[in-house]
Design a protein around this ligand. Structure first.
Ligand code: SIN
Length: 277
């Protein structure tokens, strides 16, 4: 096995592992890599939908997405499609997937199907490091607080993607839940700064104005480049991220004459998490 670190903060590209092998032994190696690096990438993994599902099931029960319909034969797989003429990119700002759910996603396994010749990288930021390095006055103020996470506005996803379908089994109401601002990782015991620009609306127990000011400072801190890594995709790459301890940002740098004009397709499976504590 060969491991190439993507930055000093998080992320590793791993070679020499076969993701078709879902034995307990191989899973343990993969999960340990995930806990250590928080986001891991495996290039040239020609797994089919069934193998993708089998790998994901090793991590736990699978989610169906609140808003988006999965594939007909594999409802757990959401096919994220940016059409040739679309400029938006699914997940194009900092977020932790579905943090508005009572049990936000534990981990996501994303497989690249079609990648434009330029553009469409994804960035990740390490929320354990973000907590460690946060201003100590802010830490003191928020350490025992909870925040409201809401899906309000999340439906813009679907309006921007003409090749994706709404999940008709679910209503399109807002999902909203309160979570601790600092959560403890259930497997490592590490502290994690668990708020994000897309879904966290207010810190409970602070006036709205103060909450907005503190959240703005936290969001700026989370986006500091020294907490991040950036990955340039190639087709048939499998990425696994620990959605509890990272936020991510899919870059929508599709401009006329550059990435615009090309399709980008990713298959996404999410694994159920627990209620943050
Ligand atoms: C996501 O934000 O869930 C998808 C990331 C990507 O497509 O790169």
């Amino acid at each position: 096995m060969e491991i190439k670190l993507l930055s000093g903060a998080l992320g590793a590209e791993v070679a020499g592992i076969n993701l078709k092998d879902t034995s307990d032994k191989n899973f343990k190696i993969i999960n340990n890599l995930l806990l250590e690096h928080k986001v891991i990438f495996f290039r040239d993994q020609n797994i089919n939908e069934e193998e993708h599902v089998a790998l994901a099931k090793k991590f736990g029960p699978l989610e169906t997405h609140a808003y988006v319909k999965g594939l007909d034969n594999y409802p757990e797989i959401v096919r994220i499609i940016k059409a040739e003429d679309e400029q938006n990119q699914w997940g194009e700002n900092w977020h932790s997937d579905v943090s508005y759910n009572f049990k936000p996603t534990k981990a996501v396994i994303l497989k690249s199907i079609k990648i434009p010749p330029v553009g469409g990288d994804t960035c990740f930021s390490n929320m354990e490091l973000a907590w460690e390095t946060l201003d100590k006055n802010i830490k003191e103020k928020i350490k025992d607080k909870k925040a409201i996470h809401s899906s309000l506005g999340a439906e813009f996803f679907l309006e921007n993607y003409k090749k994706m379908e709404r999940n008709i089994n679910k209503n399109s109401n807002e999902f909203s839940n309160e979570h601790p601002v600092v959560r403890t990782h259930p497997e490592t015991g590490n502290k994690i700064l668990f708020v994000n620009w897309t879904y966290t609306k207010q810190i409970i127990g602070l006036e709205k104005k103060e909450s907005d000011e503190i959240l703005k400072k936290i969001f700026d801190h989370q986006a500091r480049l020294e907490l991040t890594c950036r990955f340039t995709w190639s087709e048939n790459t499998v990425c696994i991220w620990d959605n509890r301890s990272v936020i991510h940002f899919a870059i929508a740098d599709f401009y006329p004459g550059r990435g615009l004009g090309y399709e980008r397709v990713m298959d996404r499976i999410a694994i159920e998490g627990d209620s943050p504590s």
